[in-house]
Ligand binder design. Structure first.
Ligand code: AMP
Ligand code: FE
Ligand code: FE
Ligand code: ZN
Length: 276
């Protein structure tokens, strides 16, 4: 059944707990589960406790926010040491930046006559770093849209009227930091960047490969067949691994847990990945 290498929990913008994801992964018969919350390692211990004594193998990581020319780029970092100081510092900075940005997005909504409050958004995020899905939920609550998807379509998608970019590190710095933290860096959903989801340029990915990238998540539920093929070919040309993950967010997204899985041998090659 393989490893679903990309999932979220209530520790970031998913709606299901780490315990629940572990239980559901076992129920589905998955061999392994990647725990990849945005900009946090908070879910590690909870997932570990839940998986302890079960056959499920965890691949603990984070989906690290980077940006390039104002556009977000997500870098998955697996097997990172959550105690590595420079990583903790950067994650703290990202969390603060997410909070400031959420305040600016709330102001944008006020200008658009959507009366959400920052306090409610913060409450919806709880302990998690605030993400756009938390804000979208607040917008649905005040009746300005029917569901989260509509909020993204009308307001919050990259470049939308309520969109505010977040200031994050460059992809190169993200990769270097994740590798320095003992991890392995994989480019998440390369086809989903840019206002029209036009995807990342091959030259950008080549530069990321030179910075120590180990793999490309070519197999993502939101990629079409052509994108999957293109990113597979690119990975082959750059001698990078190809990974698959569902990007599960519970009820916050349609992607289902286990809907994309990476074979064990790829996970093992990634685990031992050293820059060639
Ligand atoms: P942020 O990290 O705050 O920039 O928010 C990005 C997150 O918003 C992604 O990880 C997804 O969870 C969610 N997201 C982005 N685009 C959409 C969309 N079109 N529909 C639903 N959720 C989305
Ligand atoms: Fe997310
Ligand atoms: Fe992502
Ligand atoms: Zn994700």
């Amino acid at each position: 059944m393989g490893f679903d290498l990309h999932t979220h929990t209530t520790c970031s913008d998913g709606t299901t707990t780490p315990e629940r994801n572990v239980a559901d992964a076992l129920e589905l018969g998955l061999e392994g589960l990647g725990v990849t919350d945005h900009d946090t390692t908070e879910g590690f211990e909870r997932a570990r406790r839940a998986a302890d004594g079960t056959p499920l193998e965890l691949v603990l990581g984070t989906e690290f926010s980077a940006e390039l020319d104002g556009a977000s780029v997500h870098v998955l970092g697996y097997w990172i040491d959550p105690g590595y100081g420079p990583l903790i510092d950067e994650l703290d900075r990202l969390r603060d930046e997410r909070t400031d940005r959420a305040r600016r997005i709330v102001e944008r909504f006020h200008a658009l006559d959507v009366p959400i409050t920052f306090d409610r958004v913060a409450e919806l995020a709880g302990e998690a770093p605030i993400g756009r899905p938390h804000i979208a939920k607040a917008v649905v609550e005040v009746g300005a849209a029917a569901d989260v998807r509509e909020v993204f379509d009308r307001y919050l998608a990259d470049g939308g009227p309520a969109y505010v970019e977040k200031h994050a590190v460059t992809p190169r710095r993200a990769i270097e930091l994740l590798v320095a933290a003992g991890g392995v860096a994989v480019l998440a959903h390369p086809g989903l960047y840019g206002p029209g989801d036009e995807g990342l340029d091959a030259t950008v990915i080549e530069r990321m490969a030179a910075a120590g990238l180990a793999g490309i998540e070519a197999d993502h539920p939101d990629h079409d067949d052509e994108q999957r093929r293109a990113y597979r070919d690119l990975a082959a040309g750059l001698k990078l691994e190809v990974t698959a993950g569902s990007d599960y967010h519970g009820e916050a997204k349609e992607n289902r847990l286990g809907s994309a899985t990476t074979p064990r041998e790829v996970v093992e090659r990634l685990r031992g990945w050293v820059r060639g």
